[in-house]
Design a protein around this ligand. Structure first.
Ligand code: SAM
Length: 282
């Protein structure tokens, strides 16, 4: 039996046990193990496994869809990143740092199958809206929203629109805008321009919650936005092994007359390595 298939068998037998998984996925252990021939396969992204969120809710937000699956006629396809769901614990941590959700609309730019929207529905947002370029993913997101709405009829309803999120007209009022690396800097720059126009048009608070902020420099360059939060946010214990790492980089910007309780570490440096960002001390 080859080393690669042996590694796979070992991982499927032991690698995802709660006690072993955090050790195997720890950055320093991973750095050593990945150098062993064949063992890199041990570190498949984890996105392809059924996420505990889906097991609990009976939804379908797991899996991976390459950008090649997006509609060929869409101009935005050239800048699009793949579909993979974000880690609920990362978004919950982010939303818990913000003021009460009541007056805010939550907007997920590139909502995929809707996992972030469903997590947002745990908070009392005024409205919850996702925009997705892929019609099949948007259809799954709507189905997932219906499943969660049946289970939690008192939550704010989740709405999903098909379209290019970089040209989408932002709703009026206070906003929490979420991005989990949906696309590259060309389209992120358009989102920044839309946020600036929204702030100029109306006195309101806008928070931008950007997970894996590979184009975070576009928001940093805006004179109308300031950093509020920047941290590597750990996955929940049950989420280890269901994403590409054990923590995700998360940066929050704020614009408008928002209270500015800025965390000391909010100025962490965003370092980009391919499709992945990490945060380093400035
Ligand atoms: C990494 S997934 C994030 C999914 C979701 N936001 C979450 O947190 O679970 C990025 C999504 O952005 C979508 N996307 C890429 N470019 C887009 C665009 N221009 N407009 C809308 N959606 C886009 C992709 O199809 C994919 O579903």
């Amino acid at each position: 039996m080859s080393l690669k298939s042996t590694a796979k068998r070992v991982v499927s037998a032991f690698g995802w046990l709660p006690v072993v998984s955090p050790v195997v996925r720890h950055r320093s252990v991973r750095a050593v193990l990945e150098r062993v021939p064949g063992v890199r396969s041990l570190y498949a992204s984890g996105w392809e496994r059924t996420h505990p969120f889906d097991r609990v809710h009976g939804t379908d937000t797991s899996g991976f869809a390459p950008a090649d699956d997006l509609p060929a006629n869409e101009e935005a396809r050239a800048h699009a990143f793949f579909y993979a769901g974000s880690q609920p614990n990362v978004l919950r941590t982010a939303l818990a740092t913000l003021p009460p959700a009541g007056p805010f609309t939550f907007v997920d730019l590139g909502c995929g199958k809707g996992r972030a929207l469903l997590v947002a529905s745990e908070f009392a947002f005024r409205d919850i809206l996702g925009i997705e370029l892929s019609p099949p993913l948007a259809k799954i997101a709507r189905r997932n929203a219906a499943i969660v709405a049946r289970r939690f009829p008192n939550r704010t309803a989740v709405r999903v629109a098909v379209g290019d999120a970089s040209t989408f007209a932002l709703p009026a009022g206070d906003l929490v805008i979420h991005l989990y690396s949906p696309f590259g800097p060309v389209l992120v720059a358009k989102v920044v321009a839309a946020v600036e126009a929204a702030l100029a048009a109306e006195r309101r608070s806008i928070y931008v919650v950007y997970c894996n902020p590979v184009a975070g420099h576009c928001f940093d360059a805006s004179p109308l936005l300031r950093r509020r939060f920047a941290r590597m946010v750990p996955y929940g214990a049950d989420e280890l092994g269901f994403g590409p790492d054990e923590a995700d980089p998360l940066v929050i910007w704020q614009g408008g007359p928002a209270p500015s309780s800025l965390a000391a570490a909010a100025n962490a440096r965003i370092v980009v390595d391919g499709m992945r960002a990490i945060l380093e001390d400035p």
